[in-house]
Design a protein around this ligand. Structure first.
Ligand code: IFM
Length: 716
């Protein structure tokens, strides 16, 4: 593998929280921010486990922050090693993307003048999701005396001021390990963690501090001597097993028997297999090559592997942002990568949408509609979890309307189902799960379309399209066209099902009340839905009245570090032709085959200068890049692509501390594969129309089409 290290050569306490996000590690079961083992003032230590939601004010539900398993305190004589005390004589941190191992080396001189070299590494096993390991290698430079290593399970963790845990139990294991059992206060989910410390030549004791059982290793050390401490952790929740106590005890016992080296080797081997399918190599542009690999790493560590009732949240499992809720970010931005590189994982995440159909049905019913209306923000059950009011940046409360009226998520989920099916040919999935999603989302649109007798057209009014700078708009082109697409596709799938699986077709016709008159109504909506498109100019009006909004020259606001919505105010921005992110262009990107190149170009020229790409939504630039590259404007594409690729590596938006921009990571992949590689999924297979940026000498990747790997090796 080419570039695979993300490196930090100096510790910068100012950037601490963004770096914690940047150095997030995980294994598809949990994600852990890159905090230091010994702790640091103001740190945002966080381990988020898929599906471990608990009730929360404002946000309805959020992932409960689990005990910080990397916790390992080093004491030199009387002094506790801490980066903010004593002197840092050397520092290096690197995330090895090839193996998911995070390493840090520090030469530290204590306030009393003792010098030691510390080398930490950690991994969350990809071979066994329930095993975690930390190794600390401590070498004395000039110190002779007692050292202690304290490996705890600190249970008293909170989510920004909210304590989700009740203590259940803690105890020692015969093997010398300790166990902590907690339970979420609202959702009553059990969590068990067990840890053991292995240090050759040290005396081990256990401290039963409340909420924080700790194993302590003590040893004498002399200059030149090295002590290696391995902290092994086992973890289970009540979502995984009925008896977390038995599960963690057994898992820890097997981990201790295997030892750190063997556990890490197994994880490394799993990563090697992982990258065989997922890796993309860009030759001639090291920055792009590393940035893309980093994006893929973040997607891979967030993708659930053994649980199809969870999916990837907007900030993956790496930060407080959006509280672990799942948005269209997953289906439209991240899923294409999984569909083509790891279809098994894509299927898993589509199952999440299948399992949350009951929540989507409840939302439709409560809103006065039929079928399945997906939650704009979704968590464990699929019920709407978008906060209604949030504190504004300058005090006061802001009403968030997305949960009520940002409807397009429903067709976005349907879109991902079709894209997966076309790429994989997974008919069993379509028959058993996908068709139901497509038909029930169509039912929603059929009931949501409003008939306007005077114009004899259907309209969808009072919505928010992808461009969230405008709310309560009528006839959003994206929303209406995607609704029509959803209805059309549902009819096609029903026809397909009748031929391929007549029993299932009959079952769904009955269960979803797919009467001939309902299907006729769908056809009518398809034929007479308003989708604004001026045949003369080729321009698509983003929503009714967009053309009459005030124009603005975005360049007049440069330089800036804030979004235009922030600078102008929420209400004021609504009056301008300023977009938070591609909207009409997003539609042209998703339904590219239905529009000619001239239409795409004209809309590109119109909307791009009106889009707040640098400080609007981070979801936009990757898609702008892909669309531009497909139209042959490689230079413009590269600008958008590299901006997107730097999002978290350079914290270009200044908000990485909230968590990884996971949709952006998916957009970076799409820019490269669908944009510069020009990949299209066609009936006949995958096709490529490569347009490599200046300097790229080679682009290599593997995709999967209908169950078979296809290797691409593209040159300028
Ligand atoms: O889903 C996005 C939305 O498109 C823009 N605001 C942030 C959301 C979560 O990333």
């Amino acid at each position: 593998m080419h570039n695979h290290y993300v490196i930090e050569d100096a510790f910068n306490s100012e950037a601490q929280h963004a770096r914690e996000t940047l150095f997030t590690t995980g294994n598809g079961y949990l994600g852990t921010r890159g905090v230091f083992e010994e702790g640091y003032p103001g740190e945002q230590a966080m381990t988020l486990i898929h599906g471990l939601f608990d009730d929360a004010p404002i946000f309805h539900t959020e992932l409960a922050n689990a005990p910080n398993w990397v916790h390992l305190v080093v004491v030199i004589g009387e002094e506790r090693f801490r980066m903010e005390r004593g002197e840092i004589l050397g520092y290096h941190r690197e995330l090895d993307l090839a193996t998911g191992v995070l390493r840090r080396t520090v030469r530290w001189r204590s306030p009393a003048g003792h010098t030691v070299d510390l080398a930490f590494e950690r991994f969350a096993s990809l071979a066994d999701a329930h095993i975690l390991g930390v190794r600390c290698r401590l070498t004395s430079v000039d110190y002779a005396g007692l050292v202690e290593l304290r490996a705890g399970l600190p249970g008293f963790v909170e989510n920004t001021g909210l304590l989700h845990w009740e203590w259940r139990d803690q105890y020692r294991l015969g093997t010398g390990g300790v166990v902590l059992e907690l339970q979420t206060r609202g959702s009553r989910q059990a969590l068990g963690m067990a840890t053991a410390l292995q240090v050759e030549g040290a005396t081990l004791t256990v401290q039963d501090c409340d909420w924080q059982p700790t194993v302590v290793a003590a040893a004498e050390i002399a200059p030149g001597q090295t002590l290696v401490a391995d902290k092994l952790v086992a973890i289970y929740t009540g979502r995984d097993v009925p008896d977390v106590r038995a599960a963690v005890s057994y898992k820890l016992e097997t981990a201790v028997a295997a030892g750190y080296e063997a556990l890490r080797a197994a994880s490394d081997a799993a990563w090697a297999t992982e990258w065989e399918s997922a890796d993309v190599t860009i030759e001639g542009d090291d920055e792009a090559d590393l940035a893309l690999r980093y994006s893929l790493f973040q997607l891979l560590i967030a993708a659930p592997r053994n649980d199809d009732r969870v999916s990837i949240p907007a900030k993956a499992l790496s930060g407080w942002g959006y509280r672990g809720h799942v948005f269209w970010d997953t289906e439209i931005f991240m899923l294409p990568f999984f569909t083509l590189a790891r279809p098994d994982l894509a299927r898993n995440m589509l199952h999440y949408r299948y399992h949350t159909l009951p929540g989507a049905r409840r939302k439709a019913r409560e809103s006065g509609y039929e079928g399945a209306m997906y939650a704009w923000e979704s968590a464990a059950t699929g019920d709407e979890t978008t906060p209604r009011w949030v504190p504004g940046p300058e005090g006061g409360l802001i009403r968030i309307w997305c949960g009520d009226i940002e409807l397009h998520i429903t067709s976005d989920v349907a879109y991902a189902v079709i894209q997966y099916w076309r790429a994989t040919g997974d008919d069993a999935f379509m028959r058993d799960y996908g068709a139901e999603i497509l038909l029930d989302t169509a039912r929603f649109w059929g009931s949501r379309a409003e008939w306007h007798a005077e114009s004899e057209r259907y309209e969808i009014n009072d919505v928010i399209g992808p461009d969230e700078y405008h709310d309560h708009v009528n006839n959003s082109a994206y929303t209406n066209r995607m609704a029509v697409w959803n209805l059309q596709t549902a009819l096609e799938i029903l026809d397909w099902l009748k031929v391929q699986a007549p029993t299932r077709a009959a079952e769904l016709e009955g269960a979803l009340d797919l009467t001939p008159s309902r299907l006729e109504h769908w056809r009518d909506v398809i034929a007479r839905m308003v989708v604004p498109h001026d045949p003369e100019t080729g321009l698509i009006e983003q929503f009714d009245g967009f053309w009459s909004l005030k124009s603005v020259n975005l360049a007049d606001y440069e330089p800036r570090t804030k979004s235009l919505q922030f600078l102008l105010g929420i209400e004021e921005t609504q009056g301008y032709q300023i977009l938070k992110q591609p909207d009409v262009l997003m539609l042209l990107y998703l339904l590219e085959s239905e529009y000619d190149t001239e239409t795409i170009k004209r809309n590109w020229d119109y909307y791009t200068p009106r889009t707040d790409l640098t400080y609007g939504s981070s979801l936009g630039p990757g898609i702008q890049a892909a669309l531009a590259a497909r139209q042959g404007d490689v230079e413009a594409a590269y600008g958008h692509f590299i901006h997107s690729a730097r999002t978290d590596l350079q914290d270009v938006r200044g908000n990485s501390h909230e968590g990884i921009h996971a949709a952006t990571a998916g957009g970076v992949w799409q820019a490269v594969i669908f944009g510069f590689g020009g990949i299209r999924i066609t009936e006949a297979g995958l096709t490529a129309t490569p347009r490599l940026p200046q300097g790229w000498t080679r682009l290599r990747f593997r995709l999967h089409y209908h169950g078979k790997p296809v290797d691409f090796d593209l040159r300028p």
